[in-house]
Design a protein. Structure first.
Length: 223
């Protein structure tokens, strides 16, 4: 691990340590579990049609939060642990959120990662107003290979919700002067608070375009 990675991982650990104190301050604790027909990640079906199970645990106090998300669905990388900490809020109808997320693959199967915090990290900034939101993801550590091919990788997603429907467009920028950037479009429908459906298709893709993905997911809160 390089000095930069060590510094980022250390700072991230401090943030998580602060989050670990949150329950003592009467913070909110939320958890949920989800099963899905596959693991859809920014337009890519990482599960190759294999069912995925995931769960999350989040501690929050005021606008600050920290948590963990775990998924079994990535058939290439194996089990994924997303460790995150951030802060969000709302000002006169405008919402904002910024967080740092570290993606950890304990099996070490994912290209150059070796299952440590700091192998692959992103800063995620989100802004919203009413049903419209925009999120920007910037890779700050890790040359991960695969779909996030170098540390210059970034991703932007814009979405709008209309009743039970949601519409989103996402664009991958591989960085490094690559011409192989890709754009996908998603349509989602929430039948209720638990059951949802997502259709994802590529509208700009260089090379062999992946087939459209249709995902059914069911989530339940853990109380």
């Amino acid at each position: 691990m390089t000095f930069t990675k060590k510094l980022l991982a250390g700072a991230f650990a401090v943030a998580l340590s602060a989050g670990a104190i949150v329950p003592a301050a009467n913070a909110e604790v939320a958890a949920s579990a989800t099963v899905a027909t596959s693991y859809l990640w920014r337009g890519f079906d990482l599960g190759s049609g294999t069912p995925a199970a995931s769960a999350d645990l989040v501690f929050s106090e005021g606008g600050a939060y920290a948590g963990l998300w775990v998924s079994s669905g990535d058939t290439t990388a194996g089990t994924e642990f997303d460790i995150f900490a951030g802060y969000g809020g709302e000002i006169e109808g405008f919402s904002y959120d910024i967080n740092v997320t570290s993606y950890v693959y304990p099996t070490g199967d994912f290209e150059s990662t070796d299952g440590q915090i700091g192998d692959f990290m992103e800063v995620i900034v989100s802004l919203g107003y009413g049903p419209v939101s925009v999120s920007y993801y910037d890779n700050i550590a890790g040359e991960t290979g695969g779909y996030a091919a170098n540390e210059d990788y970034s991703y932007i997603n814009a979405s709008v919700g209309v009743g039970s429907w949601s519409f989103a467009i996402g664009d991958h920028d591989w960085g490094g002067g690559s011409n192989d950037d890709a754009t996908h479009f998603d349509v989602g429908y929430s039948y209720n608070d638990n059951l949802s459906f997502t259709l994802s298709s590529w509208i700009d893709y260089t090379g062999d375009e992946p087939s459209p993905s249709f995902i059914v997911s069911y989530s339940i809160p853990i109380e």
